[in-house]
Design a protein around this ligand. Structure first.
Ligand SMILES: Cc1ncc(COP(=O)(O)O)c(C=O)c1O
Length: 428
């Protein structure tokens, strides 16, 4: 950090201390790189945790921000909003390619809150309050956001501690355990909500048979099947829809009743959204839900510009191509610190062998998890990655990442691993 900077002091003094932050402040970003206050350059393979789909400050976003910013920034949802309608059309016609309706909000947690409300309201409309059909089933290790709805839905204890009483009506089942899912679902279930590819929980893809069982249970128990694509959606897997990438070539075809997005959907501009199939969209009629800032002209114009650019530059194909390149090289590494590479598209998780870390001098003393330890060492080498839980390091580069940046990342990461291996006790 630049010694002239007041960022660290003022952050400590004035900003709520609810985040564990790295001691770096970035001043500017360009494409795949960030520059800190001392001018040091970092290759960004974290993209703000899967947010900056087209990297930093892409021209297309700058243009949409200035053009729309000079025309109309905010307009209430009391009125029709052309840019919002155009973005909704894109979601339905290009991303989903299934008839439905889109609601806009400002974050992933809000989008998931909307899904929870949708499932409950739809059950209420059909069967009334007395039916008690209001339960939502989610998966263990899931992450659905920090609102009260989000933490109740999230399948991790750590986000809930101290916030009781929690919103009732949530059941968490082990991911990919078909019997547990079948056992948990009843006529009280209003919806099943899961991330097709768990992000914060450690990059765990849902198995095709699990999708199939959820689909079967939806029909049997008249409930909604809802996917949280906040992190794995918007093109990150190499398709607009993460579940379609996962299910491709599996012989299983399952489509949800509703989906949530945020993060990469706006490429760095804050916007969240949900899509609801036409069959169920009526449950959230006039007066049932809303957001002052949901789908403003500015947010909508910027998000549409980002998504159209992803399509125009062939970023979805690039995601698949770069995933293959990464897998090919990583497959040759043979590092004792890495036990596997998990994930889909450019949402990849290096699974660390925690036990091997104890042989690294200084690791135990650092008090860090293996994931944090690697993230720090890689950061010192000039590359940004993101931990997921204690033993997974995520790579989440921009969707249009060029070969040169992928090569640089592979070389930087491999060098850090090699250096650590050489430091390990017992190494030659
Ligand atoms: C799958 C998933 N859902 C929801 C959220 C919450 O999104 P936000 O932080 O925009 O509220 C996240 C954030 O990491 C996420 O990964």
């Amino acid at each position: 950090m630049n010694s002239d900077s007041h960022t660290a002091d003022w952050t400590a003094q004035y900003v709520l201390q609810n985040y564990g932050r790295f001691p770096i402040a970035f001043e500017r970003g360009e494409g795949g790189y960030l520059y800190d206050e001392s001018g040091r350059k970092y290759l960004d393979f974290g993209t703000g945790i899967a947010v900056c789909s087209l990297g930093h400050c892409p021209e297309v976003m700058q243009k949409a921000l200035t053009e729309q910013g000079g025309k109309l920034i905010h307009c209430s949802n009391l009125y029709q909003i052309r840019e919002q309608a155009e973005l909704a059309r894109f979601v339905v016609e290009e991303m989903l390619q299934r008839p439905g309706k889109v609601f806009f909000c400002n974050s992933g947690a809000e989008a998931n809150d909307a899904l929870i409300k949708l499932a409950r309201k739809r059950a209420f409309d059909r069967l009334g309050l007395a039916s008690g059909k209001n339960e939502i089933i989610t998966c263990q290790r899931s992450f659905h956001g920090r609102t009260l709805g989000g933490i109740a839905a999230t399948g991790q204890e750590k986000v809930k501690i101290g916030f009781d009483p929690l919103l009732p009506g949530f059941l968490h089942v082990p991911l990919n355990d078909i019997e547990a899912l079948e056992e948990a679902v009843s006529d009280k279930t209003a919806g099943i909500l899961f991330e097709p590819l768990q992000g914060e929980g450690g990059i765990h893809p849902v198995a095709p048979e699990y999708f199939q069982k959820a689909d079967e249970l939806r029909k049997k128990h008249d409930l909604l099947l809802m996917f949280d694509e906040v992190q794995c959606g918007s093109g990150r897997t190499g398709d607009w829809c993460g579940w379609r990438t996962i299910l491709r070539d599996s012989g299983v075809e399952v489509e949800p009743d509703a989906v949530s997005w945020a993060k990469g959907f706006g490429g760095g501009f804050p916007i969240g959204s949900i899509w609801i199939s036409d069959e169920h969209a009526g449950a959230l009629g006039p007066g049932t839900h809303g957001s002052t800032f949901g789908g403003t002209p500015l947010a909508s114009a910027v998000a549409l510009a980002v998504l159209e650019e992803v399509q125009k530059v062939g970023a979805l194909e690039n995601v698949k191509r770069q995933e293959a390149r990464i897998r090919e090289t990583v497959g040759t590494w043979n590092s004792p610190l890495i036990s596997s590479l998990r994930g889909v598209g450019l949402m990849l998780g290096f699974v660390l062998d925690s036990e091997a870390f104890s042989a690294i001098p200084g690791f135990e003393e650092s008090g860090q998890t293996p994931a944090l330890f690697i993230v720090n060492r890689v950061m010192e080498a000039g590359m940004l990655t993101v931990p997921a839980g204690s033993d997974v390091v995520r790579w989440l580069p921009r969707l249009d990442v060029p070969d040169a940046e992928v090569d640089e990342a592979l070389s930087c990461f491999a060098t850090v691993l090699k250096t650590l291996e050489n430091e390990m006790e017992g190494s030659e």
